[in-house]
Design a protein around this ligand. Structure first.
Ligand SMILES: Cc1cc2nc3c(=O)[nH]c(=O)nc-3n(C[C@H](O)[C@H](O)[C@H](O)COP(=O)(O)OP(=O)(O)OC[C@H]3O[C@@H](n4cnc5c(N)ncnc54)[C@H](O)[C@@H]3O)c2cc1C
Length: 424
């Protein structure tokens, strides 16, 4: 019997890989640090390239519709409340697959349920942290520390680290890597039950690159017309004094930050009023990691945030983790459960995704708001005289091609994993 593929981390990337390997007949074992899976997080976007993969994994519109809704529009609005740019999203834009805006925790739980059901509960060990690895010609040994204080070793054919932005496997693979990077942006995130804006399923980016709100619904409206709305309030400060907090969840009071948005009042939206009714608020520094020259060392690979944590400006962190998983699966179909498969995955994705990481630092698609800020301080009468329509369209097209969800290319691409394909 061959050893399983070990997966460090049962987040969005790790569970997508477990489901992919099960689909192609490769045994997988997930080692997850959390003692209990809980629906943590707020909103996250799944781009059409990732939704296509989820559909191919058997997680269709019924599953995704239960944890979110198809996005219809992406819109940027200036500080004066006027539209700068808007475009349809998902199938309305001509993609063969929708874009979904989902609750991260509910989506994660749906992946977890599917993985438990298909791989069996024994394939996922909770309360277990991969603390290090050693490899030889025949396989890889993961050192595991358990929540009860005990330690054990697990033998695998390969180890894929999907252990998130603070990845320990990454630290062992790249000891000189400088760690998380913070560029000065602070985000406060939360949800509120409110009437959705514009189309009812619009992503709205409002303000400037350094001072903005992002608002989008992550559920269909209820009988009263109110949906669960994800909001992100963001300001950028001088990063030179450093950042003390780590991790995703520092619960905060709205009063700590609402004053930054006092002026965000329009006839179609009152931001302070919306924030005052929020269900919850968490403070996050906007952090990422430096791009790496390689994600692979022999039998060990990094994927998801462990490989390429990036600023959320392009809404593609979760989508890229899913695409990584599928690319690893496709590489195994071509090369078997071998180091060559990991090398092929690395060769395909590391360089282009590293470029995307760097590009997201430069504001991603929100760069249009930067341009607006530079040219008129965010206040304008006629947007066409400030940024002509062709310039706006060209800016967005360039970004989308880089993010891998350029429509024609995606629509025409064959499935990453052909239906029914299994490793002999
Ligand atoms: C609790 C939480 C809440 C989040 N909330 C949001 C959100 O609201 N919006 C958003 O856009 N993004 C959020 N993210 C980030 C988002 O999930 C990722 O950016 C993206 O989905 C990439 O997924 P990933 O699988 O690479 O990483 P993650 O989804 O972060 O998963 C990493 C997993 O690895 C586990 N882990 C860590 N270290 C070890 C170890 N040594 N051994 C074993 N397991 C380990 C973690 O417990 C986690 O389950 C959140 C992440 C987490 C962990």
């Amino acid at each position: 019997m061959t050893d399983p593929v070990l997966i460090a981390g049962g987040g969005i990337g790790g569970l997508s890989l477990a489901l992919t390997l099960h689909q192609i007949g490769v045994e997988a074992r997930v080692i997850e640090a959390a003692r209990e899976m809980k629906p943590l997080g707020v909103g996250v976007n799944l781009q059409p390239n990732a939704v296509r993969e989820l559909y191919d994994m058997g997680l269709g519109a019924d599953v995704l519709g239960a944890v979110g809704l198809p996005a219809r529009e992406w819109a940027l609005v200036g500080l004066n409340g006027r539209e700068v740019y808007a475009e349809p999203r998902g199938t309305l834009a001509g993609y063969r697959w929708p874009q979904y805006a989902v609750h991260r925790g509910a989506f994660h739980m749906a992946l977890y349920e599917a993985a438990r059901e298909r791989l069996g509960a024994d394939a996922i060990t909770l309360g277990a942290r991969v603390a290090g690895y050693a490899q030889d010609a025949g396989g890889v040994t993961a050192q595991v520390s358990h929540a009860d204080g005990s330690r054990s070793e697990l033998r695998g054919a390969l180890l894929v680290a999907a252990d998130g932005i603070h990845s320990g496997v990454r630290a062992q693979m790249h000891p000189d890597d400088p760690g998380v990077q913070w560029g000065g942006a602070i985000m406060w995130r939360g949800t509120v039950r409110a009437k959705p804006l514009r189309t009812g399923a619009s992503f709205v980016g409002l303000g400037t690159h350094r001072h903005r709100m992002v608002i989008y619904p992550i559920s269909e409206p209820d009988a009263e017309g109110r949906a669960l709305i994800n909001w992100i309030a963001e300001v950028t400060v001088d990063p030179s004094h450093g950042w003390q907090q780590e991790g995703w969840f520092r619960p905060v009071e709205i009063a700590e930050f609402i004053h930054h948005f006092d002026a965000f009042r329009y006839d179609w939206l009152d931001v302070p009023e919306m924030l005052a009714q929020a269900d919850c608020a968490y403070e996050n520094p906007m952090i990422d990691r430096e791009p790496l020259p390689t994600w692979v060392e022999g039998r060990v690979a990094l994927m998801g945030d462990a490989a390429h944590a990036m600023y959320p400006t392009g809404s593609n962190g979760a989508s890229q983790a899913i695409v990584d998983a599928r690319t690893i699966g496709a590489a195994m179909l071509a090369h078997g459960v071998t180091p060559e498969a990991l090398a092929a995955y690395d060769a395909k994705l590391c360089a282009p995704v590293s470029q995307l990481q760097t590009r997201n630092r430069g504001a991603g698609p929100f760069g249009l708001l930067n341009l607006l800020d530079e040219r008129c301080g965010g206040v304008f009468e006629d947007i066409d005289t400030v940024i002509p329509p062709e310039e706006r369209a060209a800016f967005m097209a360039g970004y989308k091609a880089a993010a891998g969800f350029a429509m024609e290319a995606l629509n025409a691409a064959p499935p990453t994993i052909p239906p029914g394909a299994r490793l002999a």
